[in-house]
Design a binder for this molecule. Structure first.
Ligand code: SF4
Ligand code: SF4
Length: 349
């Protein structure tokens, strides 16, 4: 059931972060008319409740971003902008003026990326002004923060610099009006993609995920991304061009419903949703013991990238497709039964 529609609205960015392919010279973007069509199609599904505008730097789309937010808001959908905060400006008045435009368009929430990697390119004073403009209005704002052992910009650094105590984000918690305007979520850079592949993890062990940890992916087939070239991605994870299951059809040629329908029939995506990438990696290793797996990974998406891009793992999976089909079918029946049992209990109570 799709809950989130995310546009990577443009691959253009005014920063050149080391771990990202977006650049000032890249011009790929989704036209406003396409965003409006896809918002309408997502709304018609009846399950989507939030539209995210990310990139690249989505605020570079200027009025088109505001119009797309207005359109989603007019449908009763929540909206979020993911930004590097450059628009906070040298003086807080600039940040206030731009935030007011976003709020008038109907924006529900802002995520601002702040860390050592982004601040090589974006003046942290501008980010402070963007954050404080949000906090003054108690507008929902989350700092998206990446940290390594070497990071200078830590949570406590930001608290001192902004003069505001930050609250660690926990999706299961409810926040007061004051808390929801000063959230922070800290994660690590996933070492995949053209820039980071193979880089040694520079993280405290407690920030890494043991391979013993297994969990299904809560994003695949629930959060969908539309890339700036019109490509459809069936999850919100770290996706590379080398993962055919996660880089799918061009929505300029097909409807959102057809793309979702095709994704829902995909065996690998269903397996990720039901058992998760760590279980898949271990399955492949059980079939081919020469497959080497690390003892820990930076995130579920890091393991997923291994499963979907390594030839030895893909081959072990391809050699055992019938068994995998049975596993997935069994999991689906089990889930359906659990859901029916819950409904029976609810009806009884
Ligand atoms: S600010 Fe974001 S989109 Fe821009 S280069 Fe950095 S990571 Fe990429
Ligand atoms: S685990 Fe895989 S499918 Fe799930 S969000 Fe990450 S990359 Fe996407």
């Amino acid at each position: 059931m799709i809950k989130t529609l995310c546009f990577l609205a443009t691959y253009q960015c005014n920063a050149k972060c080391d771990f990202c392919e977006c650049r000032p010279t890249v011009k790929d973007r989704i036209e406003l008319s396409e965003m409006i069509r896809l918002i309408d199609e997502a709304y018609a599904l009846g399950t989507v409740y939030v539209v995210v505008f990310s990139g690249g730097e989505p605020t570079l789309l200027k009025d088109d971003l505001l119009k797309a937010i207005q359109h989603a808001t007019s449908k009763g959908l929540l909206t979020r902008v993911v930004t590097n905060g450059w628009w906070g400006g040298k003086r807080i008045e600039q940040g206030r003026a731009y935030l007011d435009k976003l709020i008038q368009a109907g924006l529900s929430e802002i995520n601002i990326s702040v860390d050592d990697l982004h601040q090589e390119w974006i003046d942290i004073e501008h980010v402070k002004n963007a954050f404080l403009a949000c906090y003054e209005r108690r507008f929902r704002c989350l700092i998206a923060h990446k940290q390594t052992r070497q990071s200078k910009i830590t949570k406590s650094y930001l608290e001192a610099y902004f003069g505001v105590d930050l609250v660690d984000y926990d999706a299961s918690r409810q926040y007061s009006e004051d808390e929801q305007a000063r959230l922070i979520s800290t994660s690590v850079v996933v070492p995949v993609g053209p820039v980071n592949a193979g880089k040694e993890a520079d993280y405290e062990p407690e920030n890494l995920l043991s391979l013993d940890w297994t969990r299904s992916c809560g994003s695949v087939l629930r959060d969908i991304i539309i890339g700036a070239k019109g490509n459809f991605l069936p999850c919100c994870g770290f996706v590379t061009k080398n993962t055919p299951e996660l880089t799918r059809e061009d929505l300029r040629q097909s409807t959102l419903l057809d793309a979702i329908d095709n994704a829902n029939r995909d065996l690998m995506l269903n397996w990720i949703a039901l058992e998760g990438p760590a279980a898949m990696a271990k399955f492949a290793q059980s079939k081919n013991p020469s497959i080497h797996l690390e003892s820990s990974y930076t995130s579920i998406c890091h393991i997923c990238n291994e499963v979907l891009t390594r030839n030895d793992i893909r081959q072990a999976i391809a050699d055992n497709l019938e068994e995998i089909k049975q596993r997935v079918a069994y999991q689906r029946v089990f889930l359906e039964k659990a859901r029916t049992d819950q409904e029976v209990v609810k009806a009884f109570l």
